[in-house]
Design a protein around this ligand. Structure first.
Ligand code: UTP
Length: 304
């Protein structure tokens, strides 16, 4: 039986997997997690943590891997640097470096081996417990004014089960994503769909649609049980998409998958081109650098 809305706990926790190997961004990611690559003056993951906190998820668990040190240091205090800036009377920069350690309540868990996104999520089981939780991929940045995660949390609380975010991609790109088959949900706006099937990185001719899963999820805790029983799939990795496919086709509380279709601004900073686009867009929007960068870009583009 499906629990009534009032009985459903609201999502409070965010899990940010950041233990992938980042092979698409080598050699930059040989010794540094791709989530630490700077987008203008902040590492990509800081935008993601801020998004979670803005959506009311003050409890953040990062799943880290071999190169976790830089991540942990970034979200911690740096007394030596603070003292040096203080001696120089540079309060503005002290405030800037304190922003990342004041952002939320951040916890860490280690994924010993990069066995896939599904495996990274299962490492969060003990911390999350028996409540719905959000997953935000640490290299996927959503525009700050989009409110996608808030919409997904609302849909999860009203409809139960799990919720994925989908974005329409060109036909030639479907094989880089998890792709969904969807149908409308009676009484819901057009942007909320029921997911009837999911397939990870399908060949173009096998893709059920052009709606690709992007890096935001709100998951029912039942996903942990399903992940336990999910065999390695594509690329020998335990795929979150495969577990969601099981949940989409199952019945009962915690089963069922809905989607929020998103058409706003999103950057895959784990991809070299997506990263460069993010740097340009955030650079142009930057309060100090924006004007100069825009002028320079116009001159530069005129000569291309
Ligand atoms: P990606 O699909 O981007 O894989 O992971 P990747 O290995 O990190 O990067 P490429 O494709 O080799 O360049 C999606 C998200 O899942 C995390 C990554 O850190 C990223 O945020 N992830 C992936 C893990 O935490 N652990 C894994 O074992 C795999």
């Amino acid at each position: 039986m499906t629990a009534p809305v009032s009985a459903r706990p609201r999502t409070r926790k965010a899990v940010i997997p950041a233990a992938g190997l980042g092979t698409r961004f080598l050699p930059a990611t040989k010794a540094m997690p791709k989530e630490m690559l700077p987008v203008v003056d902040r590492p990509a993951i800081e935008y993601v943590v801020s998004e979670a906190v803005r959506a009311g998820l003050g409890d953040v668990l990062m799943v880290t891997g071999r190169n976790k040190r830089a991540l942990e240091d970034h979200f911690d205090r740096h007394p030596v640097l603070e003292a040096t800036l203080s001696r120089k009377g540079d309060q503005r920069r002290i405030d800037l470096i304190r922003e990342s350690d004041l952002v939320g309540d951040i916890h860490y868990v280690r994924q010993g081996e990069a066995l896939g996104l599904g495996h990274a999520v299962s490492c969060a089981r003990r911390h999350v417990g028996d409540e719905p939780f959000a997953v935000l991929l640490g290299d996927d940045i959503i525009g700050a004014d989009e409110h996608l995660l808030e919409r997904m949390i609302d849909v999860q609380q009203r409809l139960g089960g799990s919720v994925v975010a989908l974005m329409e991609v060109p036909e030639e790109s479907v094989s880089s994503y998890g792709v969904a088959a969807v149908e409308p949900v009676e009484g819901e706006a057009a942007g909320v769909m029921r997911v009837t099937g999911l397939v990870e990185k399908p060949a173009r001719e096998d893709a059920p649609s052009r709606l690709a899963v992007i890096g935001r999820y709100v998951l029912a805790p039942q996903v942990f049980e399903v992940l336990e029983n999910t065999a390695p799939g594509r690329g020998g990795e335990i795929q979150l998409t495969d577990a969601l496919q099981t949940l989409a086709q199952g019945e009962g509380e915690g089963h069922g998958v809905h989607a929020v279709v998103f058409d706003g601004r999103r950057y895959d900073t784990g991809d070299k081109l997506g990263y460069l686009q993010a740097v340009v867009e955030f650079g142009v929007a930057h309060p100090e650098l924006g004007g100069q960068l825009r002028d320079w870009l116009k001159d530069f583009a005129a000569d291309l």
